[in-house]
Design a protein around this ligand. Structure first.
Ligand code: UTP
Length: 297
């Protein structure tokens, strides 16, 4: 029987330079879409997929993330006394069971692959998920849940895949597709950031993965073999080289690249419009703004 995926790694040790100066003192993952930080969306998605153990790979200056998932007795007492039950309920979504969350430090930002490798001792011999919180995905069935269901059929490694315009392939890892099986595709390999005319497909890898523990062994090898950044895609490609199966999964949903300013703004607008309590007022404002903007041109 295939093992269930119950652990997820959240690599949050990057420098977030694209959001300087904000990220000088705030972790990128604490930046908010409406009223919830990026990390909350990632945790909610993981919970929906059946994840029970949450492993954060952090770095210096990220203690706000640890505090975010802690209890706040004073605040909770104040809210309780004021009868603010709805806010108390909201706060509960940030609480974790004791022992369900672990923090590992990546001492140097040596790349995503290295960040994942830092969590190797907590993974054991089971498949695990990796979630990049700056990729936020709006979906009816949360993306990782879709992947966990597909993975129960296929096993192996699985990466989330999304169609991108050909001229954008140079910003992504791109799949070399072997065969199509509905939403799942088997692959021959992955090419990192190919120019449009060399891209083997327009299926790009985005920040959700289900990986086998073999990946940690591959990452150890890459570590000793190369300097500079250690890429997760290289460790996944090594699986294919050793004839183990890797799949792409075309998820249903809309992905926002919240690691970039444009993507973050788009997500803010989309999530604002989707909110029952704010959507109508916000839409009216946006329409007004757009007509003023057009009139000024
Ligand atoms: P990014 O490529 O977005 O890099 O990392 P970054 O440092 O976060 O942001 P910029 O490019 O400087 O603006 C993708 C994911 O991998 C994690 C990041 O935290 C992010 O979730 N990461 C990256 C690490 O945990 N460690 C690393 O060494 C590099």
């Amino acid at each position: 029987m295939k093992k269930r995926v119950t652990k997820a790694i959240f690599p949050v040790a990057g420098k977030g330079t694209r959001f300087l100066p904000a990220t000088k003192s705030i972790p990128k993952e604490i930046m908010t879409l409406v009223d919830r930080p990026l990390i909350q969306y990632a945790i909610d998605e993981a919970r929906a997929a059946g994840i029970r153990e949450f492993i954060f790979v952090t770095s210096r200056g990220k203690s706000a993330l640890e505090d975010y998932f802690d209890h706040t007795p004073e605040l909770e007492n104040t809210l309780r006394k004021a009868g603010k039950e709805d806010l108390l309920e909201t706060l509960k979504t940030t609480n974790m069971d004791s022992g369900a969350i672990a923090y590992i430090r990546q001492h140097k930002a040596l790349g995503l692959g290295h960040a994942v490798w830092c969590a190797r001792r907590l993974i054991g011999n089971e498949p695990f998920a990796v979630i990049l919180p700056d990729d936020v995905i709006a979906a009816q069935t949360p993306c990782l849940q879709q992947m966990v269901e597909a993975h129960a059929e296929t096993g192996g490694c699985m990466v989330a895949a999304m169609e991108v315009p050909k001229e954008k392939t140079s910003s992504y890892g791109v799949l070399d597709v072997k065969g199509e099986m509905g939403a799942t595709v088997s692959i021959n390999g992955m090419v990192e950031k190919p120019p449009a005319d060399e891209a083997p497909s327009n299926l790009a890898v985005i920040g959700r993965y289900i990986l086998t523990p073999d990946i940690m062994r591959n990452l150890s090898r890459i570590k000793t073999g190369s300097g500079g950044e250690i890429q997760l895609t290289d460790a996944i490609a090594a699986e294919i080289d050793e004839d183990r199966e890797v799949f792409g999964y075309r998820f249903r949903g809309q992905r926002f690249d919240c690691g970039s300013k444009a993507g973050f703004l788009q997500a803010t607008v989309a999530f604002g419009l989707a909110r029952e309590d704010l959507g109508a007022e916000f839409e009216e404002y946006l329409q007004e703004l757009m007509s003023m903007h057009r009139a000024a041109q």
